[in-house]
Design a protein around this ligand. Structure first.
Ligand code: 7RM
Length: 650
């Protein structure tokens, strides 16, 4: 089964012990990090290690303290002042990169634009002036709801330049998700586009914004980038065209000195409840974390063409399409399209077209490519590639090996990078010039980090045993808090164990210290590398008049890793059938977004519950995966199970 995590392969010992890949001597001899002493040195004095990483950035004022730790709230580089946009643009202009490509843009229809660092400076400072002109000040929030076009990083960097806080909402989210995120952030301005492209069809981006802003809203202005020419309504006094504003905006805008711990952005992510959390990232710590890990994990060189395929609307896009690469003065590809449009070789076409040297993508994409067939990558020139990356979910060894052979042509090291929206930066990954890799393992914690696998009491488990993945000391890219909800920050991450950050993942550490990630232990599901909470989907379902109760689980899926299955009980007024299933699926898609649409919806008279009334999702998962049912003794209504099983196999 290709959709399975690495667990099975780990426990039979085969992959752990026999399949090991070493970087070539050519790669090793040219790698940015060649000496494994970096681990020991960082371990000896980890604060000093982060000091030296921080020194590589440009600071207006140096920090007084590396870290201030107050009851699980960390402040990094206290007393230091810097500007993220200055670090991503201005300093490169004086370092010989003025005419270097900062962003290579490939649009879905095949249109292309290259922005040099000088171009980026011009566009960003102009848009910063536009925002200022609208009354956006330091600390104000700006929501960005846009496809993958250069104006998105431009808007991010313009916010960072004047100290405004951006909150990006992934373009695949529908009206209600967008509205919740705009309201929670209390944004003054929304930047959006008229429309977007998705496999040749139009996305109603601006229409979604219009609906999201109906009723009470904090939003005063909406800036609209003309991307598709779709017919839209412009609301007098509120909506303004980007190109008209930019026409008269002056070039040059001072970069606001920001305290290291000032907020850079909010990014909403699904937790274990129905309400997404606003994960807050700081300016200094986050940039130190992302820029240093980008440099060492991706082994970036001056002439690399680096492509991370993630959407900027997710953390991977924030950290490794925009901030990490630009802070390093690298060339980053921004791709708007889909992997299978117009043909199933679009990714390989992009690599061929721009001679991409480093590619960073997700296991779900790799599994889809495997299914589509080897002929697609074989028909394109991929000889420019020298390093591959994976992120978002465990990569099963079968997909790893396919990636290695068909894309990397057995030449390119693969970095499997484990991290989270909350960690901001890559936490567990091999350093490609140093570590041998084992397919299916994310390798080991990066220098300066202390990460472990523990039992429920917080004690480390012996090598080879599975347990809970925890982080034992702060790191610069870590979230500062949950926006407007410090209680939830403490509860979510720091309450399970004393002085250890709980990741929500389970893992095994093998005898060589390699980590094998085994997925979530909470009610978070991972569909195609996208995080979702079961509760969010459940609330969307019960919002429909037919549904009395709903339970949602993640079910193993060959390509997506996990797919959503829902179990519903109905109100007496409605009857179950194909029509209703269709309607419910559509309802979830309109409320949250297409990514949350359940694959299956099953009807049940009752949901299996504990005596205290908690839905036993574990049982539903076992039924969905066709497994023998574990302990059912805590079930208050055991008779529901047989009915459910029958229903399921029908
Ligand atoms: C970067 C990102 C975080 C969750 C995390 C894990 C899973 C991510 C890997 C992985 C195994 C990996 N942020 N995860 N990367 N599991 N190997 N290399 O994805 O906040 O959206 O998701 O994703 O469960 O907790 S995220």
């Amino acid at each position: 089964m290709t959709g399975q995590p690495a667990k099975e392969n780990f426990t039979n010992g085969l992959f752990a012990d026999e399949l090991i890949f070493h970087p070539s001597s050519e790669f090793k001899d040219n790698a940015n990090i060649q000496d494994s002493r970096i681990y020991l040195d960082a371990e000896e004095n980890w604060l000093e290690y982060w000091n030296s990483q921080a020194s590589k950035l440009s600071w207006f004022k140096k920090w007084d303290f590396t870290l201030q730790w107050e009851q699980c709230f960390a402040k990094w580089f206290v007393g230091g002042s810097l500007n993220v946009s200055y670090n991503c643009i201005d300093r490169h202009l004086n370092e010989g990169r003025k005419n270097k490509a900062a962003i290579i843009f490939e649009g879905e229809p095949g249109d292309s634009r290259v922005l040099t660092y000088q171009d980026l400076y011009r566009e960003v400072t102009k848009f910063a002036n536009v925002l200022k002109d609208m009354g956006v000040k330091k600390g104000d929030r700006v929501s960005l709801y846009m496809p993958m076009i250069p104006e998105l990083p431009i808007a991010m960097l313009a916010c960072a330049r004047i100290g405004a806080v951006h909150s990006i909402v992934f373009g695949g989210f529908a009206v209600e998700s967008l509205r919740d995120r705009i309201n929670d952030a209390g944004s003054k301005v929304v930047v959006t586009t008229d429309g977007g492209y998705r496999r040749g069809k139009g996305l109603p981006i601006k229409k979604n914004v219009d609906k999201a802003l109906e009723g009470n809203t904090s939003v005063e202005k909406v800036v609209v980038v003309n991307r598709t020419g779709a017919e839209i309504e412009m609301q007098e006094g509120r909506d303004l065209w980007y190109h008209q504003l930019m026409k008269d905006a002056p070039i040059g805008c001072p970069a606001e000195p920001m305290s290291a711990e000032d907020m850079l952005f909010i990014l909403y992510t699904s937790g274990t409840t129905g309400k997404p959390k606003g994960v807050v990232h700081s300016s200094g710590g986050y940039l130190v974390g992302t820029s240093s890990t980008f440099n060492m994990v991706f082994d970036i060189k001056e002439d690399d063409i680096y492509w991370c395929t993630a959407d900027i609307g997710w953390i991977t896009g924030h950290s490794y399409v925009v901030y990490g690469p630009l802070a390093n003065g690298a060339t980053t590809v921004v791709f708007e399209g889909a992997p299978n449009y117009p043909e199933k070789d679009r990714f390989w076409e992009v690599i061929e077209k721009y001679a991409v040297t480093i590619m960073y993508t997700a296991p779900t994409a790799i599994r889809a490519f495997m299914k589509w067939g080897d002929q697609w990558p074989a028909g394109r020139d991929l000889s420019s590639l020298r390093l591959l990356g994976s992120v978002g979910e465990p990569i099963n060894p079968e997909a790893w090996l396919w990636y290695h052979k068909n894309i990397g042509k057995e030449r390119c090291p693969i970095v499997d990078t484990w991290w989270q929206t909350e960690t901001g930066q890559i936490m567990v990954s091999s350093l490609p010039g140093i570590n041998a890799t084992k397919p299916g393992s994310a390798s080991m914690p990066l220098p300066g980090l202390e990460i472990d696998v523990v039992d429920p009491a917080g004690n480390p488990v012996p090598a080879g045993n599975s347990g809970l993945l925890v982080i034992k000391r702060p790191w610069p890219g870590m979230l500062s808090t949950v926006y407007k909800d410090p209680e939830r920050y403490l509860e979510q991450y720091w309450s399970r164990f004393e002085n250890m950050y709980f990741t929500g993942d389970k893992a095994v550490k093998d005898k060589d210290g390699y980590f094998w990630m085994l997925g979530r232990v909470d009610d978070v599901i991972n569909v195609s590398g996208h995080r979702m909470s079961t509760m969010e989907v459940e609330s969307a379902l019960v919002d429909h008049p037919a549904v009395a109760e709903a339970a949602v689980i993640g079910k193993s899926h060959e390509i997506k890793g996990q797919a959503i299955s829902a179990f519903v009980t109905l109100r007496d007024t409605h009857t179950f059938g194909d029509e209703l299933v269709k309607e419910l699926k559509a309802h979830v898609a309109t409320k949250i977004g297409a990514l949350a649409r359940p694959d299956d919806i099953f009807h049940t008279a009752e949901l299996p519950k504990t005596r205290s009334g908690k839905i036993m999702r574990r049982l539903l998962r076992d039924i969905a995966d066709g497994k023998a049912l574990g302990d059912t003794s805590t079930l208050a209504n055991p008779e529901t199970i047989s009915g459910l099983k029958e229903n399921y196999t029908e």
